[in-house]
Design a protein around this ligand. Sequence first.
Ligand SMILES: *[C@@H]1O[C@H](CO)[C@@H](O)[C@H](O)[C@H]1NC(C)=O
Ligand SMILES: *[C@@H]1O[C@H](CO)[C@@H](O)[C@H](O)[C@H]1NC(C)=O
Ligand SMILES: *[C@@H]1O[C@H](CO)[C@@H](O)[C@H](O)[C@H]1NC(C)=O
Length: 307
Amino acid sequence: MPSLTTTTTTTILLAALTGASTASPLLARQAPSITTPPNQPAPTPTPWDHGATPDFPIHSSCNATERAQLQDALHEMLLLAQHAKQHILRFGNSSAQYSQWFGQAPTAGPIGWYERILSADRADTLFRCDDPDGNCALHPDTYAGHWRGSNATQETVICPRSFSGIRWSLNALCSRGYTVANSPANAFFATDLLHRVLHVPRISEGLVGHFAEDYPEMLALARERPEEAVLNSDSLQLFAVDVYGFDISVPGVGCHGVYSAVEEEGAPAATPSPSGVVSSVAVETPSVTQSADASCHTHSDGFVHCD
Ligand SMILES: *[C@@H]1O[C@H](CO)[C@@H](O)[C@H](O)[C@H]1NC(C)=O
Ligand SMILES: *[C@@H]1O[C@H](CO)[C@@H](O)[C@H](O)[C@H]1NC(C)=O
Ligand SMILES: *[C@@H]1O[C@H](CO)[C@@H](O)[C@H](O)[C@H]1NC(C)=O
């Protein structure tokens, strides 16, 4: 009986229009633009995002405690990305941190990357703990995880080492001697995961990469090639942790620190590392070793890059 529905709708609309027109001519003029024309059915809501994957999937190979820690760290990663975006939306390029890390680049780029981390669909992405490529077992003392690269480009392996206490919670930011300028970017599980999701093409669109990794190089990149700074994984990580420290952790103070050149690898670390276990390794200095796959290289912190 569509005629009954139409009639009812028409009656209600006419009543609304009549009421509006007696109340105010302005409202009467606006009313038709916000109501359904009487001769058309009201649109039925469609589940436009049916099948979406809003949360990062965690594989069943992660046990209960690994899953719990990973979920906490992913939540903290989203807090970092959310605040980085908010800071840029509020201050734009007048932010001292913005110009330090991204120079004169338009703000839409970094805002877009943080937004993709926050909200891009996570279909096909996977965090897994079962070491399918055998890298965790091969390097138990150095590998904390790796992007699977050409083996499974949307997948990330997190090794047991990541769950052994080497990564700090974000609520320790600006304590334990940590400084943005001198401490390893992956001191926090949240920054480590920012790095890892930026390797996943579903998030990074294959554009974010490694253009500069140590502090002076990153600042030079921001000054000289800002268009690359906004695509530089480490710059995106460190800007996020820098403004979180300054705005949230210790408001108005933060823990940027003053850069001092890193010591040679093998010398005692000049700066705190997230674990006593690795304190003798200058983890902030990438030591590049070739792996079996010629397109991959392994950093001393166990992160495999396949470019
Ligand atoms: C800051 O952004 C404005 C546009 O919003 C632009 O005109 C200006 O050149 C930028 N300044 C710097 C230092 O990047
Ligand atoms: C991909 O798989 C091969 C064979 O299992 C392995 O040797 C290689 O290390 C894997 N690549 C990565 C990035 O893990
Ligand atoms: C989960 O795996 C970790 C190794 O990453 C292990 O230390 C822990 O005991 C396991 N937890 C449970 C509940 O089995």
